[in-house]
Design a protein around this ligand. Sequence first.
Ligand code: DGP
Length: 116
Amino acid sequence: MAECLFCEIAAGRIPAAVLRETDRAVAFRDISPQAPTHFLVIPRRHIVSLADVAEGAEGELEPLLGHLLRVAAEVARAEGLQDFRLVSNVGASAGQSVFHLHLHVLGGRPLEWPPG
Ligand code: DGP
């Protein structure tokens, strides 16, 4: 998937402000932050979105999804966030613009609910 931006970031071929790397995941700052702290957690493996996880017969992805959540929580704590929002946009009409699964973690300001 040479054309996938987040695969390139995961491989280190496109620079990013990386906060945490594991064997299966990378956390890095969003280039267009929507809150004082805004980072993304991605799997190294190319998965288009959470919809792929639901559609596939891929129970094998469950440990990976748990790992992404753990990395998100650990990096949020390391960033000093006690309260934060975790969001994953699935599909263009839900706001997804990069079609490689990613968790947004936002914090550092009050976050209204429901989102716009
Ligand atoms: P979404 O719209 O949910 O697919 O979120 C994609 C996010 O990715 C968006 O908040 C901006 C961020 N982003 C796009 N291109 C880059 C990039 O080259 N580097 C970094 N660090 N973030 C990017």
